[in-house]
Design a protein around this ligand. Structure first.
Ligand code: SDX
Length: 431
């Protein structure tokens, strides 16, 4: 196999190096293209463009493979915990028992949020979307922790602080949005158990932890921990490339995740399924709309830029969803609708021809609903899970000697040069 690509433009032939990843993924290194030919490439949405080399997550979209630091997502979902997986994604190796215990102590040490931050929460309008609050509050952490990251130990303190506090911050925004007393973290609870307790424990009705739900939440966050160069991760890397601090970089990533084409899809799926249920819309009519060239409606929770087969996370999420609903003896008509949608869509030529299968967001909301998480918090749940991946990718980008300030080029389609017209000579024109 050649290690160069030959390109001939306007009678000029140049050679461009080919770089190869450890799994055989190959890229044409175009860093010399413009200098050698005057041409740039054009790739809206970067579907064919590699922005970096990365050793964190490997995906094979055709085979439905997902591995964090080489370990298959199926093995992690089956045997790991979210804290252990977060450690793996960030540090590159599974922790020893001593390292895991140390991390758990650190997470507890950093689980409180500065009391002054609670005043910020009190002043958001009650109906504020929790993703907007989360993005603002993660950015605000910079004001409380202005120290720069100058060493690995600094980085360790920063990432443990972030992973611990994001969970507390999310629960605080939920409690305050309901006018309820804020619940503090407990040193005797594990990461996921603490989150559930901070969300649902009240002075009049103690929250009874159920190990099945704690396990389901661990798996949910393991499935979301990283996903190579998705939209929000690309934003975190891009903002970090300007040497912006990690808090502001992550805040930007939270904002990108909010969109319904990305992490916001888990909320959009439930809204779609609820609409079908409450308005008595026929599933076949939904499928018809999704296939229409003139209707902007998309089947939320379906399709993926990389996966051209069933999202491996969706398979696990679907199983998790059934397990949680069975254990809670919770009947949800939206699950029946989702199963019918999947059954029809995955046998429809349009969906098969477009490689449209359920993605991670299709079943996740149904499980979260059964656990009592409000729909408005679904994308916050995604953000908590994705935080280790964003942190790992930000750090990899910062340390990568090949990385530069993100600054894409463009093809200009505006007006060619024309003179400035003084206002008195511009005539009246349209009002
Ligand atoms: C996430 O990148 C990641 O890794 C993201 C993520 C992660 O973990 O970080 O996996 C999380 O964001 C999952 C995706 C969640 N979004 C949704 O579920 C929203 C619905 N899905 C889509 O809008 C869409 O599938 C995207 C945005 C996910 C991917 O779209 P692409 O790759 O930009 O493809 P496209 O929009 O150009 O569509 C290609 C064709 C079009 O038809 P044609 O004009 O070519 O005939 O597929 C059609 C689209 O109309 N299509 C759909 C569809 N998704 C694509 N048609 C109906 N319903 C859909 N859901």
């Amino acid at each position: 196999m050649s290690n160069v690509a030959t390109l001939t433009i306007n009678g000029q032939t140049i050679e461009l190096p080919i770089i190869e990843g450890v799994e055989g993924d190959r890229g044409i290194d175009i860093r010399q293209l413009r200098q050698k030919t005057g041409f740039i490439t054009y790739d809206p949405g970067y579907g064919n463009t590699g922005s970096c080399k990365s050793a964190i997550t490997y995906m094979d979209g055709e085979k439905g493979i997902l591995r964090y630091r080489g370990i298959p997502i199926e093995a992690l979902a089956d045997q790991s915990s979210f804290v252990e997986t977060a450690y793996l994604v960030i540090n590159g190796e599974l922790p020893t028992r001593e390292q895991l215990n140390r991390t758990s102590v650190q997470l507890n040490d950093h689980s409180l949020v500065h009391e002054d931050m609670q005043i910020f929460y009190q002043n958001f309008p009650r109906a504020s979307h929790p993703m907007g609050i989360l993005s603002a509050m993660v950015n605000a952490l910079r004001s409380f922790y202005p120290e720069l990251i100058t060493s690995d130990s600094d980085f360790e303190e920063v990432y443990v602080r972030l992973i611990s506090k994001i969970r507390t911050m999310a629960a605080i925004s939920y409690k305050i949005s309901r006018g309820h007393k804020v619940e503090y973290p407990r040193a005797d609870y594990t990461y996921c158990a603490n989150f559930l307790n901070m969300m649902f424990n009240t002075p009049v009705k103690p929250y009874i932890l159920r190990k099945e739900l704690v396990r389901a939440l661990n798996v949910f966050w393991i499935l979301h921990a990283d996903h190579e160069q998705n939209c929000s991760t690309a934003v975190v890397r891009s903002v970090g490339s300007a040497r912006t601090n990690i808090y502001a970089s992550l805040s930007a990533g939270i904002s990108a995740l909010w969109g319904e084409l990305h992490g916001g899809a888990n909320q959009a799926v439930i809204q779609m399924l609820s609409d079908i249920h409450e308005k008595g819309i026929k599933v076949k009519d939904v499928i018809k709309r999704a296939k229409s060239k003139t209707d902007p409606f998309r089947l939320m929770g379906f399709g993926h830029r990389v996966y051209k087969t069933y999202d491996p996370r969706a398979k696990i999420m679907k199983h998790n969803c059934h397990e949680v609903l069975d254990r809670l003896n919770y009947q949800d008509p939206l699950l029946d609708i989702a199963l019918e949608l999947e059954q029809i869509a995955t046998s429809d030529p349009y969906f098969l021809d477009h490689y449209l299968y359920p993605n991670v967001d299709f079943y996740s909301g149904i499980m979260l609903r059964a656990m009592g998480i409000p729909t408005s918090m679904f994308t916050v749940m995604f953000a908590i899970g994705r935080l280790p991946g964003w942190i790992a990718q930000w750090r990899e980008n910062t340390l990568d000697p090949e990385q530069r300030l993100t600054r894409p080029r463009q093809v200009y389609t505006g007006l060619t040069e024309r003179p400035y017209i003084p206002i008195d000579e511009r005539g009246n024109g349209p009002d």
